[in-house]
Design a binder for this molecule. Structure first.
Ligand SMILES: Nc1ncnc2c1ncn2[C@@H]1O[C@H](COP(=O)(O)OP(=O)(O)OP(=O)(O)O)[C@@H](O)[C@H]1O
Ligand SMILES: [Mg+2]
Length: 454
């Protein structure tokens, strides 16, 4: 996997790359602007030189002549930075004076109206040339006068201009980069402190993170972590309470089991031993029931959300369950009705857990229902399939409706030896299936209706 770029590097790149690009662009533009202005300035000097040479071209009776004393030529050529060349040429007789190496303009027609400037080379050195065509009066011939000059002065001027423009800009980029670097270091320090604080914590320490010193942008992160820690803390408290309750619930029947076993051991004849053995069996039943309830609860709690849910046909599942419960219902002369549409009722679910849910509802209905009564298991299809279990027993007083979902809660005086986990299991499994559990009782003695809507 690609290593993520550090925030520091990202910011640095995002700011300095465009800045550097702008500097490069600006340098290129400045170069052409400087070149243009140095040409404008030095071309004017060159033109002056051409004009003063042109004044030395004299019309004679037999043609034109050009006569410049050597001292004047020396004066003309003198320059401490550049070399100057000139050439005077007649269209009729050709070369008259100067340096024959100075190149002619590409086309004489170009200088009919005004002087012509161009870049060329003399003796392998770059030069700027200005050419002028003059027609002295009294002759029919034209004279080309040219001055060429190497470009050292021009480049030196361009360099000066570029230095003045680019150096401050480069400095700006460097200073910006440096400030980003140090600024981010300073800005990230609280995050490093936060990391250290979290790393040094003991796993049991779920107190909120101290977030007074973190930057505003990180505050929402610390709030989220603190929220999570809060929820973890309450989950741990609930877990702890649950373990204590479970231990207590297990200890009582196990202690009973031990006492009854010791009692049985002291008795010699079998008939006298029977009451103790009966107690042992009921204690063992209780422990077995409790541990099975605890295991189902643990399973439904640890099922990983919606990922394990498969399409389940609720109709078949409920029917099978009801058939299994018929013998237990008959023991109490209870009539068990199953009322469901013929068509499959598909829900996304965990079949084993859904069965456990219905088992617990039927267990309650049989256990707390009226002897000789009737239990109805009803299924509703549609966009929101529903499972309804209704009995005609004592029902649950409305004040207790909320409490019965608490783990290990039993309504005082409840018959049988349940452990108060059945409805918590139902709730847990319903939550896992994003289903809603509703309890309703028409009144005391009117039975209980449990509705699970998917
Ligand atoms: N169908 C019902 N009719 C009347 N009371 C009920 C019914 N179902 C549950 N209750 C009451 O709600 C309480 C909680 O029920 P729950 O199923 O959670 O626990 P339990 O039946 O006592 O134990 P467990 O189901 O774990 O063996 C019961 O003690 C009982 O008093
Ligand atoms: Mg129960």
């Amino acid at each position: 996997m690609r290593k993520p770029l550090s925030l520091r590097m990202q910011l640095l790149l995002r700011l300095t790359l465009p800045l550097t690009f702008v500097v490069i662009l600006d340098t290129a533009v400045s170069y052409y602007v400087a070149l243009h202005y140095s040409n404008v300035a030095y071309d004017r000097w060159l033109l002056d030189s051409v004009r003063s040479l042109a004044q030395e071209v004299k019309a004679q009776r037999d043609g034109v002549s050009f006569d410049l004393p050597p001292t004047a030529v020396e004066m003309f050529r003198w320059d401490d930075m550049d070399k100057t060349f000139f050439k005077v040429e007649s269209t009729r007789v050709g070369f008259l004076a100067g340096d024959s190496a100075v190149p002619n303009p590409p086309d004489l027609a170009l200088l009919k109206t005004e002087p012509y400037y161009f870049d060329s080379e003399v003796q392998g050195t770059k030069v700027r040339v200005v050419s002028m065509l003059m027609a002295p009066t009294a002759t029919s011939e034209e004279v080309l006068v040219e001055v060429a000059e190497t470009v050292n002065k021009r480049y030196s001027m361009i360099n000066d201009i570029l230095l003045a423009v680019v150096v401050p800009q480069l400095l700006l980029v460097l200073v910006t980069g440096f400030h980003i670097w140090t600024g981010i270091n300073r800005g990230l320090r609280p995050l490093h402190n936060l990391t250290r604080e979290i790393a040094q914590r003991s796993p049991r320490d779920l107190t909120p993170i101290h977030d007074a010193l973190v930057p505003l942008e990180v505050l929402s992160l610390t709030h989220t972590i603190n929220n999570l820690l809060n929820r973890l803390a309450s989950a741990m408290v609930a877990q702890q309470r649950f373990i204590e309750n479970a231990a207590h619930q297990l200890r009582t029947p196990l202690a009973g089991l031990k006492v009854q076993a010791e009692r049985a051991l002291r008795i010699d004849d079998l008939p006298a031993m029977r009451p103790a053995l009966t107690s042992i069996k009921s204690s063992a039943d209780r422990v077995a029931h409790l541990s099975s309830q605890l295991l189902v609860l643990a399973r439904s709690e640890n099922a990983e959300g919606h990922r394990l849910l498969q399409p389940v046909n609720l109709q078949v599942l409920a029917k099978e369950c009801c058939i299994e419960w018929v013998p237990r219902a008959l023991e109490k002369d209870i009539e068990l009705d199953f009322d469901a549409p013929q068509a499959p009722i598909p829900v996304a679910g965990d079949a084993t857990l859904l069965k456990e849910m219905l088992n617990n509802l039927l267990d309650n209905a049989v256990r707390y229902g009226k002897p000789d009564g009737r239990i109805t298991v009803q299924l509703l299809s549609g966009v929101r399939p529903a499972l309804i279990v209704e009995d005609d027993g004592q029902g649950i007083p409305s004040a207790e409706l909320d409490k019965v979902f608490e783990r290990f809660y039993r309504i005082p005086g409840s018959q049988g030896d349940g452990c108060g986990l059945g409805l918590s299991i139902v709730k847990e499994i319903a939550d896992l299936h994003a289903a809603r559990v509703g309890l309703s009782s028409a009144g005391v003695g009117q039975g209980l209706r449990v509705e699970v809507v998917f």
